[in-house]
Design a protein around this ligand. Structure first.
Ligand code: ADP
Ligand code: MG
Length: 358
C-alpha cells in the first residue's frame, strides 16, 4: 500500500522536555492506524505536529510525497477529532456538521442545497439519521462522538487524526464504538490515526499499531506482532499482559530475583538491558508437588486473589521476592479452578514461550 504520510526525524521540545525525540514513520493510505503510548509519551504532541498546530524543531513531514511543514493547518487536508468533541452546544446535530463546511477557509460551501445534501450523506455514513434536528445537548455520548467525527468527515479530509476519541465514553459504549469507527473508516476509505492509552483498544482496532515511548516509536507492526513479539521490555510492560523479570544472562539461563530460567533455542531480542517476559496466558497453575517436563520452567508462589472478567480469570500470586505474578486462564468448557487463599502453587510455562531480551 502506498505511503500517505511520512515523518522524518521529527523532534519537538518544550524547554528541556523532549516531547518528540526523533520520530520516523510512514503511514499507508486507506488504513486504520493505532498510536499507543502511556500518558506523557508524546501522543498529542505528535498529532498536533502532523495537523500543523505545532511546529517541529527539526525534521520533515511529507503528505503524498510533498513537504507540508510550512502549509497552514486548514490547508493540509487533515481532519482532527478532539477528545472532548468540542461541539457547539446551541446548534443542532445538522448545524454542527454543516458549520465546518460553510465556514472553512478553503473553498467554503455556500449553496444551501449542496450543504444539505452533503450533511445528509455524512449523517447517514456515521449512523445518525433521524437525529438531524436534535440539540447536541440532547443526544448520548456515543452520538456526540459521531457528530464530532461527522463534522470532520464532511470537509472530506484525506486523513483523520483522533485524539483518544473513546476516552470520554463509558466502557460498554467504548467497545461498541470501536467496531463503528472501523466500519465508518472503511466506508470513507481515508487513513485514520487513532491515539489511545488503552492496549486493548490499540490492538483490537489498528491494522497497524505504533507504540510510542518517551517521544520515540518503540514499535510499528501489525497487532499480532506487537502482542506476540513486543520489540522491547518497555513495550511488553505497557501491553499489560506480560510478567517481566529483570536480571542477567549467564550460561544458557536467565538469572533473576526468583531463580534461574533455562533458555529456549530462540535467540534473544536486542534491548538496552536484559529482561525476561512470560505472557499471563502462557502460564499454568499446578499443585506444588507437580513434576515438570524437560522443556518447562517452574517457580513457586503464594496465591493472593482472582478477578473474573467475561471469558477469562486473572489470578495474582506473590513471588518470594515480593513481586506480583499474574496468570490468565481462559474459560472454555471447564469451570474455573479455585485456589486456596495464601496456598503455595507451582507456576509452570514452556521455555520457548518466554521472550528474552539481552
Ligand atoms: P500524551 O498525549 O502522550 O499524554 P503529550 O504529547 O501531551 O503526551 O505530552 C508529552 C510531553 O510534553 C509531556 O511531558 C508534557 O508534559 C509535555 N508537553 C506537552 N505539551 C506541552 C506544552 N504546551 N508546554 C510544555 N510541555 C508540554
Ligand atoms: Mg494526550
Amino acid at each position: 500500500m502506498s505511503t500517505v504520510l511520512q515523518l522524518k526525524s521529527i523532534t519537538k521540545a518544550y524547554g528541556d522536555m523532549r516531547a518528540l525525540n526523533g520520530i520516523d514513520l510512514a503511514l499507508p493510505g486507506d488504513a486504520y492506524i493505532s498510536l499507543l503510548g502511556p500518558s506523557g509519551s508524546g501522543k498529542t504532541t505528535l498529532l498536533r505536529v502532523i495537523a500543523g498546530f505545532e511546529h517541529p524543531d527539526a525534521g520533515a513531514i511529507l503528505f503524498d510525497g510533498k513537504r507540508i511543514d510550512t502549509v497552514a493547518p486548514h490547508q493540509r487536508g487533515i481532519g482532527f477529532v478532539f477528545q472532548n468533541f468540542a461541539l457547539f452546544p446551541h446548534l443542532s446535530v445538522a448545524q454542527n456538521i454543516a458549520f465546518g463546511l460553510e465556514n472553512r477557509d478553503v473553498d467554503p460551501v455556500t449553496d444551501r442545497r449542496i450543504v444539505d445534501a452533503r450533511v445528509r450523506d455524512i449523517i447517514s455514513l456515521v449512523g445518525l439519521s433521524g437525529l438531524e434536528g436534535r440539540a447536541v445537548t440532547q443526544i448520548s455520548g456515543g452520538q456526540r462522538q459521531r457528530v464530532a467525527l461527522a463534522r470532520t468527515l464532511v470537509t472530506e479530509p484525506r486523513m483523520v487524526l483522533l485524539d483518544e476519541p473513546l476516552g470520554a465514553l463509558d466502557a460498554n459504549l467504548r467497545a461498541r464504538m470501536r467496531a463503528e469507527l472501523r466500519a465508518i473508516r472503511e466506508r470513507c476509505g481515508v487513513t485514520f490515526l487513532h491515539v489511545t492509552g488503552s492496549e486493548a483498544e490499540a490492538l483490537g482496532m489498528g491494522d497497524t499499531v505504533l507504540v510510542l515511548e518517551s517521544g520515540r516509536i518503540a514499535q510499528s507492526a501489525d497487532s499480532d506482532t506487537v502482542y506476540n513479539r513486543p520489540a522491547s521490555p518497555a513495550v511488553a510492560r505497557f501491553l499489560n499482559c506480560y510478567n517481566l523479570f529483570a536480571g542477567r544472562i549467564e550460561g544458557g539461563a536467565f538469572v533473576g530475583g526468583v531463580g534461574r530460567f533455562a533458555l529456549g533455542a530462540s535467540a534473544p531480542t536486542r534491548a538496552a538491558s536484559p529482561a525476561y517476559a512470560i505472557r499471563y496466558d502462557r502460564v499454568s497453575v499446578r499443585p506444588r508437588d507437580t513434576a515438570i517436563a524437560e522443556d518447562e520452567i517452574r517457580i513457586e508462589a503464594n496465591f493472593v486473589a482472582s478477578e473474573y472478567s467475561g471469558a477469562a480469570v486473572n489470578s495474582f500470586f506473590a513471588l518470594d521476592d515480593g513481586k506480583v505474578f499474574e496468570v490468565e486462564s481462559h474459560l472454555s468448557h471447564a469451570a474455573p479452578e479455585t485456589y486456596a487463599e495464601q496456598g503455595r502453587y507451582a507456576l509452570v510455562w514452556k521455555r520457548e514461550d518466554a521472550l528474552v531480551y539481552a
